[in-house]
Design a binder for this molecule. Sequence first.
Ligand code: BGC
Length: 888
Amino acid sequence: MTFLNVTAPGYEHHRDPLGIGESVPRLSWTVRTDLPGWAQRAYEIELDDGTATGPIESEQSVLVSWPGTALTSRERRGARVRVYGHDDSVSGWSPWSWVEAGLLEAADWRAEAAAPPVELLGAPDGPAPLLRREFTLRGPVASARLYVTAHGLYEVELNGRRVGDDVLAPGWTSYSHRLRYRTFDVTELLHEGGNAVGAWLADGWYRGKVGFEGGRTRIYGERTALIAQLEIRYADGTSETVVTDGGWRCAPGPVTAASLYEGERHDARLEQRGWSLPGFDDSAWQPVCVLGHDPALLVAPSGPPVRRIEQRDPVKIVSSPSGKTILDFGQNIAGRLRLRVRGEAGRTVTLRHAEVLEDGELCVRPLRAASSVDAYTLRGEGVEEWEPRFTLHGFRYAEVDGWPGPIEHGAIHAVVCHTGMERTGWFDSSDETLDRLHENVLWSMRGNFVDIPTDCPQRDERLGWTGDIQVFAPTATFLYDCAGMLASWLADLAAEQAELGTVPVYVPWIPLLFPAEPVAAWGDAAVIVPWTLYERYGDPELLRRQYPSMRAWVDQCAERAGDGHLWDSGFQLGDWLDPAAPPDRPFDARTDRSLVATAYLARSARLLSQAAAVLGEEKDHRRYDDLADRVCAAFDTEYVSPSGRLVGDSQTAYALALRFGLISGDGRRARAGRRLVELVRESGHRIGTGFVGTPLICDALVEAGAADDAYHLLMQRECPSWLYPVTMGATTVWERWDSLLPDGSVNPGDMTSFNHYALGAVADWLHRTVAGLAPAAPGYRRILVRPLPGGGLRHASAAHRTPYGRAEVRWERAGGRLDLEVVVPAGATATVVLPGEPDRPVEVGAGHHRFTCAFRDAADDPVAERPGFFGPSRPQPDDTVDLVAEGA
Ligand code: BGC
């Protein structure tokens, strides 16, 4: 019995299409079938208003144009789809799915900005006041929507119940250009008669402290404010709107201080019971101040909000040498603690957070000025539950002071918070240490995809450093569906760039912390991130939207490079955190900074030319291709010797030159490849790259014909290497190769985070090359399955939920053979290249495929026979047994 099912359509990149900003949302669906090789010939869409496309001959199933009239503000529509196969199969109709527009026009907004009176605000990161208003509904409610945002951070309650589950809403955008509002369905929270709406309001990114070296406060303004519009439709068809206006009242709340970096203080004795219920006596509250705001800045989100994703129990509770109680959650996370406590009124429980211990005590030095201390003062009535609202910490350990009695099981949890993205990528192998590395990469993504892609979640930064996401985007887009989140961040990048005249090193931009100068590999995020999203999600519109920003970046760098096409002036971060750089000079890399800058100019110009081709910008396509050629030639002349050696002679220099196609002539390229292999061997297969070289080195070694050396580098456990931190107990990727030194002490440098995803960019190589699952056409419409087994691994697998459905690759080797299993989703195809058979690609369609070929792993050969191969990742004993048992 065969089946052919199609999912209900999704809209744009939304997980929950309520209150979207697109009036003609594109639709995507996936097909599940056991019909081998199934491919779509046509689709048919029906909308709930009667619009019916009839069968449309098209293989497209991802981001298909909206077939009806454009949605107007608040309009809700349903859609369903059915598909026809090339084999004349026809699916049934999918279930209906629903999409609802938010407020699409500035004129839809009637809400004013309700601001607490100045005397309730205090200094930045001070108390979080409460706002409230009562209103009467004259009849039964058919439906109700709350459109809400804030200058600052907010949480809303309706009739005593929390609205939604967003954390740190409205998140961080470049508020002076774009402020996201959220749409909530609050029908169930309202009733006929008296109702009340209340809000907590904190400073957050708007007015609180953000940034390093003292940071900045009041970046976006002096006054926080709530902007809320509650629209009610009665059962009788009439409607009513309650907005933030002068009728709201305000009072101090129990949150006496709230800081993203420094933590939150909550005095439960100051709680006012029933404050967000109707009938509460607010006569002692003060009227809010009504401030103007620009509704044209309000935009609907393109991705999911930050949420509380998972709760973790401590794995250990220990007493430190100095007698402190320390909880170990066994995993470094971004989040906060949740308490259940019973004790006397006025007692304060204090929580300190850190990523690591040093000499058995909490090590808070790496936090720099982000002290990360929460404090809860008990009201003294029964069991009290508390979790901070307006702060977040990067931690694995927490020190608890002031707890009444022993800490019982279940009394304290860690709550993991990050953007509520859908998980889409998995990797697994026969090596536990390698799997833990992959797990660490995943956790560093989770710790740093907190509304914007940040560098780290713990110290006084947590900024959207462009270079970090530039190198990590290929990994990120595999592990989670982050299209919507990164699209929002890129919109901010473009907005900041337009204002500053360059792509800043972090987005959103904070003036005065850093020079607004073009910096290679960082600013290149403007080109590389959109291109990566296009490659992984197949969305040309996103590319189109970013195109002016991409072009402006390349034009600016080309201008810097001048007629000589070498970018060799101005401030550069270079191959940041090269392991040879001294702890206090992270930019002091082995690789010439101008070489890095020129290499990136060539790369971005080339990608821009490809983007231009996709968008039909023929003139630009040729122009930027030509620019890329010129920069490559200039690079070649300036940095590559006639025989193919590079100035600088570093792992990163060769990796850049090989991967970005900067060396002319097969012979010279081969020579460069050989020199890279020599360098890697001379280093004892220890990594010698920083942020720039790290994502490229393994691919470069494979390109140089030295896959074994790539594996040796990957499987290395001595410092510096990818696996060294794993051997030291890391549960996330560290900022520097030796954030923890081999003697167990914490690196004395200022840049010592234990949760930075940049060096985890190698996971993309694990997915594409070790397991062998890579996109060969935008959105994985064609998949390249080209595993490169090695490193003594006996099996490896990757799975990815592509826009067409789940793709899987799994290989296993034993007895001189390799078995490969491939799952191709309906609507996609795959090119399968077996190890050792590069010239015999096999094309397959949707379905489950098995291949077998002869295969021997070099790592199984006796060590003595393999020059350059030595060290701890030598063959495991059972590998040897395997070999003997085979008898060859
Ligand atoms: C951040 C990095 C960033 C770098 C560049 C650091 O402080 O944590 O990840 O890319 O600065 O200067």
